[in-house]
Design a protein around this ligand. Structure first.
Ligand code: FRU
Length: 470
């Protein structure tokens, strides 16, 4: 069934494709001043199907331009998730002498058939010499065959400077395998991680191993998405903090840690070639109900770009996901409404057409709440309970939810920070809501589909609110 167009749900400062189905971000690379965002894309339908790579670019991480398709399925299969690296020294030899290619490392996936048996997933290469506009598939594909596993996908590759070689993380069903290569074409296995670690409510997907610094010391963080069993039901992304010695990843904790406590931040990975920064973006959906979301002609959005950082609280290193500084400065140069009355605030919200940022400063010792409402009686509510030290985002009455029985839910997130004042932002962009507290220590990313624009804001308790537009 085709849905009527829903311009009221189209976000203004998040990426959505003009039309059709999108899932995971792929091939994130910063190259010649441009952020590239490739993505899992079905160009002929608004549900998942034969996967292609779509392509979009941005110079400021706020405004995105969509381009022609980058990769299409072929006789080796569909084009599943993967990464892109800038092969500055042409280690792959894929570029003519004296040139340097962008190289995509992706999964070729063939669905199970009677002849094949279980799905066949292998890692393959493509390269570009024109900044990602056109791609050539490598003749020798696949470069890494599945070692007999049903699930063997989502290669994420980075240059490991200490051992001077490429390292790939790849998802193998219930664990992550690491491989190394000097030329991106020949890969040898290094180690495996995770069979007895972390959350295993579903299949492991989309790994990413990144180096971050805490107190001047390098630490490694492994992101792993899991198809089901997330903290709010359905899919979610967990992370492990630890060490990587060039061969083996060792986690320094046994507890399960979630990158985001909301239901709608999945399959996120980081940009390559951004020295000194670690920029992340996720698919703002959940496999539970992704195919049912009431948006048209597009289905699927990305989160805001977030900057991954480590912060120490109570002697532990936690991953924070504050929104990228570029998005912050775009809001700072927009208009700010410091509001005296709920009426003024509601007026500003209505004028923004539900596309704005709310900045809250709240007392951590007493309960408080923020509530959005509209003319149809929908209510979206955020509240904080100082006794349990939990935030809650409640979308049970926030508009349309009849498309899936598990959509109308309330989402709790622990507060990790200890300061007496809570600083929190709600990025509201039509149907997309990102609630980021304490500089990204607690994040709740969630969708909601109000029947009409939010026009009312109310607060309870000791909380100050201002509103910014772009
Ligand atoms: C994650 C995922 C990946 C796979 C892709 C297929 O959402 O399932 O594991 O490569 O989506 O579209």
């Amino acid at each position: 069934m085709t849905l009527p167009d829903t311009p009221q749900h189209r976000p203004a400062y998040h990426f959505t494709p003009q039309a059709h189905w999108m899932n995971d971000p792929n091939g994130l690379v910063f190259y010649e001043g441009v952020y590239h965002l490739f993505f899992q894309y079905h160009p002929h339908s608004s549900v998942w199907g034969p996967m292609h790579w779509g392509h979009a670019t941005s110079r400021d991480l706020v405004h995105w331009q969509e381009h022609a398709l980058a990769l299409a399925p072929d006789e080796l299969g569909m084009i599943f998730s993967g990464s892109v690296v800038f092969d500055a020294h042409n280690t792959s030899g894929l570029a003519p002498q004296g040139q340097a290619p962008l190289v995509a490392i992706f999964t070729h996936s063939q669905p199970s058939t009677e002849a094949l048996g279980s799905p066949h997933q292998h890692q393959s290469l493509a390269w570009s010499l024109d900044a990602g506009a056109t791609w050539h598939k490598y003749q020798g594909n696949p470069v890494l065959q599945s070692p007999g596993l049903k699930d063997f996908r989502d290669p994420k590759v980075f240059w490991h400077a200490t051992t001077a070689r490429w390292v790939m993380s790849v998802a193998c069903g219930d664990h992550i395998a690491f491989y190394a290569s000097e030329d991106l074409k020949n890969w040898s296995m290094l180690s495996r991680f995770g069979q007895a670690m972390g959350a295993h409510g579903g299949v492991w997907e989309c790994p990413d191993l990144v180096a971050l610094t805490l107190h001047g010391r390098e630490r490694w963080v492994l992101l792993v998405s899991v198809t089901s069993g997330g903290p709010q039901g359905g899919s979610a992304t967990q992370y492990f903090v630890g060490d990587f010695d060039g061969r083996t990843f060792t986690a320094e904790h046994a507890d399960v840690r979630w990158l985001d406590w909301g239901p709608d931040n999945y399959a996120g990975v980081t940009w390559s070639n951004t020295p000194g920064r670690c920029l992340f973006i996720g698919w703002m959906s959940n496999w539970l109900y992704a195919a049912k979301l009431p948006t048209a002609p597009w289905r699927g959005a990305m989160t805001l770009p977030r900057e991954l950082q480590l912060r120490e609280v109570d002697g532990h290193a936690w991953l924070c996901t504050p929104v990228a500084a570029e998005v912050e400065s775009a809001f700072q140069s927009g208009s700010v409404i410091h509001v005296q009355t709920s009426h003024d605030l509601s007026q500003a919200l209505a004028n923004s057409q539900g596309r704005c940022r709310l900045t809250l400063t709240a007392d951590a010792a007493t309960p408080w709440a923020l509530q959005l409402s509209n003319a149809q009686g929908d209510i979206w509510r955020l509240h904080y309970n100082p006794e349990t030290r939990q935030f809650a985002v409640d979308r049970t009455m926030a508009g349309q939810s009849d498309f899936h029985p598990e959509f109308a839910t309330c989402h709790m997130a622990p507060r990790l920070a200890c300061s007496s004042v809570i600083h929190l932002q709600v990025y509201l962009d039509a149907c997309l809501m990102e609630t980021i507290a304490d500089d990204g220590l607690s994040a709740i990313t969630s969708l909601s589909f109000p029947s009409t624009t939010w026009t009312g804001i109310e607060r309870e308790g000791n909380v100050n609110i201002s509103l910014q537009t772009l």
